[in-house]
Design a protein around this ligand. Structure first.
Ligand SMILES: [Zn+2]
Ligand SMILES: [Zn+2]
Length: 160
């Protein structure tokens, strides 16, 4: 049996939960979410329309965090995902990401506003689920790994 994973914020045991069709580990007390790498399932194009444009670029936080990876206990690093001004913590061993409950709510609100403004038929919840899937995909994880590697390398950084 797998060792129970603990919340990096409040040390509660994470529980598996399905949200908008996405399986994740959620902290029952602070509601933060642990997202691990997954194979990208088939998604509808209209939902999955946030491309690799520059708004989607990543920025590595300058500081390491005091939060530990629920899986290996290594201190995580933070990074920003510019598209939604999203602040995430990640494990450099690529075990996954930590998303605070506050961030989670904020993004969903943002997407709901967009939904209204654009008059789109795609529900914010569906877009959010698709977005989470994207963040867990191999291509995104690989981009992040490259970013972390480049940050530790004193040579000029490639544009990511
Ligand atoms: Zn917690
Ligand atoms: Zn880890």
């Amino acid at each position: 049996m797998m060792h129970a994973m603990k919340c990096p914020i409040c040390d509660s045991e994470l529980a598996q939960k399905k949200r908008d069709g996405v399986e994740m580990e959620v902290c029952p007390s602070c509601q933060g979410m642990w997202l691990t790498r997954q194979e990208l399932p088939q998604l509808e194009d209209e939902v999955f329309d946030f491309g690799d444009d520059e708004k989607g670029s990543l920025m590595l936080g300058s500081d390491s965090t005091t939060r530990k990876c629920p899986q290996c206990g290594k201190l995580m690093r933070s990074f920003q995902y510019r598209l939604y001004d999203l602040d995430l913590d990640f494990c450099e061993e690529q075990h996954g990401y930590w998303l605070d409950a506050e961030e989670d709510k904020r993004i969903l609100e943002l997407m709901k506003k967009e939904e209204k403004n654009l008059g789109r038929k795609v529900l914010a919840e569906d877009r959010f689920a698709a977005h989470l899937q994207y963040l867990r995909s191999g291509s995104f994880m690989d981009r992040l790994r490259d970013l972390a590697t480049a940050a530790m390398d004193p040579r000029p950084k490639p544009d990511l």
